[in-house]
Structure formats: structure tokens, C-alpha cells
Design a protein around this ligand. Sequence first.
Ligand code: FAD
Ligand code: NAP
Length: 351
Amino acid sequence: MNHSRRISSDLADPHFQKKISLKPFTTFGVEAIAEQFVEVATVGQLRWVLRLAGSLPVHILGGGSNILITHPEVHGLIVRIGIKGIVLEKKFSHHVWVSAGAGENWHDLVTWALHNNLGGIENLSLIPGTCGAAPIQNIGAYGIELQDVFLKLEAIHLRTGARRIFYRRDCAFGYRDSLFKKELKNQYCITRIWLKLQLPPHRIHLKYGDIKRELAKENILNPGIHDVSKAVIAIRSSKLPDPAKVGNAGSFFKNPVIKTSQWTQLKKDFPDMPAYQVDDSHVKVPAGWLIERLGWKGKIFGQTGSYSTQALVLVNYGNASGSEILHLAKEIMRSVKNTFEIDLQPEVNFW
Ligand code: FAD
Ligand code: NAP
């Protein structure tokens, strides 16, 4: 028995592949070749492949819905996370603790919660990707963020294989941000997350006008979590390109947070510029509005462009390369900076 077999703890050993196309593995669908690729189904398998990787760079892949690969080849080992299992861990009088393997599809977890009449994540319906990636950018939509329901996560250090638990307070969650996008970027693989979900009666979040409008259209006056989820799904399906048809990674940029004084100044030239208050001295400006105002919305450049119904989404119309999409993103950033003196920050992760 060789050494690698000895440390493989469970199931059949994962199958390493060399020089495979990554086109099917990201929702942008850009072509790139992975030097090495492996999928793991358990923490034991993950530890085993990390040991075999040695000093090779390791890239953790979930659903690939927030990654733009900008080079024709990705050097190192790509580890796709297939760790499954949704578990009802503990029941209390008003809430439950639920855990999900990092490889579970996020929307499947939302569907599972709805099926079990558990509230808290219905506003996050239809966000693509895996549960393991959800804490990376503290996924959010329609006034709810992962951190609102998050308890803890389990992660494995990519170099040492050490297991660590991160509680909510450890994760430095922010607006589409966490410790795992900053100090601990590319250092850990998240293997399981734990959430606190509500038993009925549920708190319903209708802060975003679009949800209220959608519910009113359906004559729903007293919405429950299933109604909210349906409304979110309807809005998202009408606005966002389906990655199965048009390559994209959702919002390419974050909505910039600027000083209220700068916004007041900008309003003189752009009276209809929207903003949402963040704190006493800052507002958040919808990046989509800035991009649309500069005429990028719906424009096509070769195989890429800004989407026709949501300017914030950059798309691959078929055979765009990652560098072509990146070039467009940089042009948009430059024009936003020139006109508004605002620095757009990409939300997408670059490989
Ligand atoms: P991937 O794209 O595979 O990875 C993203 C990053 O996380 C990479 O850096 C990767 O290395 C790292 N990573 C992935 N899994 C792990 C893990 N287990 N451990 C450690 N690191 C890991 N996001 C929102 O917040 N709100 C939205 O409403 C939203 N809408 C979207 C709509 C569309 C149509 C699309 C295409 C994307 C949208 N997104 C949204 C972005 C995306 O769905 C989320 O960021 C999602 O959490 C990414 O999950 P993933 O599994 O696809 O991650
Ligand atoms: P929208 O409703 O047209 O609104 C544009 C932006 O304004 C949103 O991004 C949102 O910022 C902000 N906003 C709207 N109403 C707000 C309110 N009541 N309070 C505070 N901020 C408000 O946006 P959309 O593009 O259709 O997206 C709807 C939701 O889904 C948003 O939360 C958005 O972030 C999320 N989404 C995210 C992605 C992604 O890839 N990250 C893709 C699609 C949709 P916030 O982004 O801070 O919410």
C-alpha cells in the first residue's frame, strides 16, 4: 500500500485529471485549461488531495458563479468541492440550527428550508453557487445577508490540513465581503456551514420595493416565506440572464459606498442619481445606475457586453475570453471614475 492510499480516509480515492477544460465549470463559461483538477466528496478526501498537492498552488472551486478566469491556463490544482449533506442539528422553541455541506447547492438549501417551513433565507432564493462559497462574500440580496442567519463554519487550512471553526464574530462579514476575501484569502477551504433558521411565526423582510411590487401584482397582502421566495424568483428570472444561456457571474461590481457630501455634490449635475443611506456620513450608490447613465447598458463588444436588462452584469455571448471581459470591466471602471470620481470595485473573483 502506498503512502497516498494510507492517508485517504474514505470512499474511493478522488480522480485527478490533467489539462481539462474549465469552460463548463464557471458560469461565465470562458475557456481555460486546468493544469490539474480533482473533485472531493468528503473532508477526508480533501485532506488527502491537499497533502498530495504539496507546494502546488491550490484553487477551491464551488459552482464557479463568481469567478472570472483571465488566463488561458490555470496553474496548480483545482479542487472542486462536492461535500454534501443538509442536517437539522438542533431544535429550539423558536428556531433551529441547520448545517449544510460546502458542496450543497445554495438554492437547494433555500428550497429545503421552505419545505420545512423554516424562515430566514427566502430573500436569498435563486442565488447560484454552493453553500461553502456563501460566507466568502457574505451573499446578499433584497435586504438580507448570509450574516443575518450565520452561526459558524468549519474550514480546513490548505497547507497544514488543520481544521478550524470560525464563528460569526471571527468572519469580519461586510457588504459582499469577509475575512476570506481579505486576510485569509485562498488560505482555507470551507467544508460546512451552520445557520440559525426561524420556526413560525416568521419575520418577513420586504424592505426592497421590488418585492412589495411583485407581491401586490399577485394580490398577496399577508405574505409568508413561500410568497417572498416566489416573488424573489420572479423578479430575478425577469431581470438576470440565465447562466445556462448567457455566460455571466451576476453583478460584476459592488455598489460603491461614497461620502454623503460627494453624493450631494454629484446630485447638482445628476439630480436623479439614487442612493441608499449606509450611515450618518455615507451612502451606497447603485453601480448599475452609474454604468447605465454612461451608456454601457445593452452594448455589445465582440462576444461580451453589459446586459440589456441589468447593466451591472457583464456577459459572455459565447466565446469571449476572460481577458476580453476584463478589458471591458476596466473600460467601464475608467469611464465611471472619469465622470463621477467613483472607484468601482469588482465583486467577481479573478483567477
Ligand atoms: P465560486 O464561484 O466557485 O467561488 C467564488 C470564490 O469563493 C472563489 O474565490 C473560490 O475560490 C471561493 N470558494 C468557493 N467555494 C469555497 C469553499 N468551499 N471554501 C473556500 N473558498 C471557496 N451573489 C450575491 O451575493 N447575491 C446575489 O444576489 C447573487 N446573484 C447572482 C446571480 C447570478 C445570475 C450569478 C451568476 C451570480 C450571482 N451571485 C450573487 C454571485 C454568486 O452566486 C455568489 O457569490 C456565490 O456565493 C458563489 O458561489 P460558488 O459556489 O459559485 O463560488
Ligand atoms: P435593484 O433592486 O435594481 O437595486 C439596485 C441596487 O440598489 C441594489 O443592488 C441594492 O443594493 C440597492 N437597493 C435597492 N433597494 C434598496 C433598499 N431598499 N435599501 C438599500 N439598498 C437598496 O437591484 P437588482 O440588481 O435587481 O438586485 C436585487 C438584489 O439582488 C440586490 O440586493 C442585489 O445586490 C442582489 N443581486 C446580487 C447579484 C450579485 O451577483 N451580487 C446579482 C443580482 C442581484 P444591494 O446590492 O446592497 O442590495
